[in-house]
Design a protein around this ligand. Structure first.
Ligand code: ADP
Ligand code: MG
Length: 339
């Protein structure tokens, strides 16, 4: 049995005066899924989301939502809600008034408004704060008001553009979990824009990694982590990123390839027994483990993880080794070769 995707983009492109925004964006999004659009600043995440929302119209391609061709539909006809980085709350309205603003505009009866408000405040943990103005709330609470407003809209598709980037790290973690739980409990489809790979990897069922207006890879977080399609994905996904080594360092790979290896697959071995000799460049204590950065003339991003507090002197020469089965091989253009 095949189910048609809830959201579909097919060959979508957007340019401004010939300047690239996004190109050849083709993507199927399943109903009830959590999809993260991930990539560095300027890669086209917001443009893709705004095209989905109807805030921009594509120069090429088609967009479907829930089986309907919405390519040229107005934003108000697309049956979706949006949450932005700037909470976009009305400062002179209370929490309750902000949350039900859209319902009022749509002339939803008062009783229904009250019920929906109560439920949304309950879900977002804002009960008791309904009388406050946004200025009397913390950043996390304001973002919850924006979430509550998206929830009362009752749409099955919710688009979020970097909704947590104004929050400090601890709060971001907490609200991240709230959003994920909400999405599951309500069974809504979320498309979530972030430049933070940890956020994308921890929240999404499907990660769409973009670069320079093009999709690089679409897959489950573990797919991108363990089978990156190219060296860009290898270096963008994972903390620490995958180390890349020129293939001439090894025998058997030729001289025009790039070999990738992850920190957890590298072992420090006694001198003379390693496949590579490196120099310790830094030790970073992370808590449960210590990240040892390594320098080698033909490698970038080499590092190894040691359990607990385990600093190593800068400049120390060490030997490292790894198993062939943990190596990722990329061709001269950076594309993954079989395996
Ligand atoms: P991201 O959200 O990934 O940081 P954007 O989607 O905002 O990236 O931008 C993608 C590219 O499109 C960038 O090069 C950006 O400068 C360009 N762009 C976005 N919006 C506009 C616009 N309204 N006019 C001209 N160029 C734009
Ligand atoms: Mg953006």
């Amino acid at each position: 049995m095949t189910t048609s995707p809830f959201v579909k983009l097919d060959g979508v492109a957007k340019r401004w005066n010939g300047q690239l925004g996004v190109e050849a964006i083709s993507l199927d999004i399943a109903q009830g899924s959590f999809t993260a659009l991930l990539g560095p600043s300027g890669c086209g995440k917001s443009t893709t989301l705004r095209l989905l929302a109807g805030l921009e119209l594509p120069d090429e391609g088609k967009i479907w939502i829930d089986g309907r061709d919405v390519t040229t539909s107005a934003a108000s006809d697309r049956n979706l809600s949006m949450v932005f980085q700037s909470y976009a709350l009305f400062p002179h309205l209370s929490v309750a008034e902000n949350v039900v603003f859209g319902l009022k505009v749509r002339r939803v009866p008062k009783k229904e408004r009250q019920e929906k408000l109560h439920r949304a405040l309950e879900i977002t943990g804002l009960l008791g704060l309904e009388g406050r103005r946004p200025g009397e709330l913390s950043g996390g609470q304001r973002q919850r008001v924006a979430l509550a407003r998206a929830i009362v809209a009752g749409q099955r598709l919710c688009l979020m553009d970097e909704p947590l980037s104004n929050l400090d790290a601890k709060l971001r973690n907490a609200v991240r979990k709230d959003i994920k739980k909400l999405q599951r409990d309500l069974g809504i489809t979320v498309v979530y824009v972030t430049h933070d790979q940890t956020e994308a990897m921890s929240m999404a069922d499907t990660v769409v990694l973009m670069k320079d207006g093009h999709i690089q890879q679409v897959g489950a977080p573990e797919d991108l982590y363990s089978r990156p399609k190219n060296t860009f994905v290898a270096e963008f996904v994972g903390a620490p990123p995958m180390a890349l080594i020129a293939s001439h360092v090894f025998s058997g790979f030729g001289t025009d390839k790039t070999i990738g290896i992850r920190a957890e697959n590298i072992q420090i071995v006694p001198k003379g027994q390693g496949r590579m000799q490196c120099r310790v460049s830094e030790s970073e204590f992370l808590g449960a483990e210590t990240l040892i950065g390594l320098d080698h003339a033909d490698a970038s991003g080499l590092c190894v993880l040691k359990p607990g507090l385990s600093m190593m002197a800068e400049g120390r020469e060490i030997d490292i080794t790894f198993d062939d089965e943990n190596l990722h091989v990329f061709d001269a253009a950076g594309h993954r070769l079989a395996g």
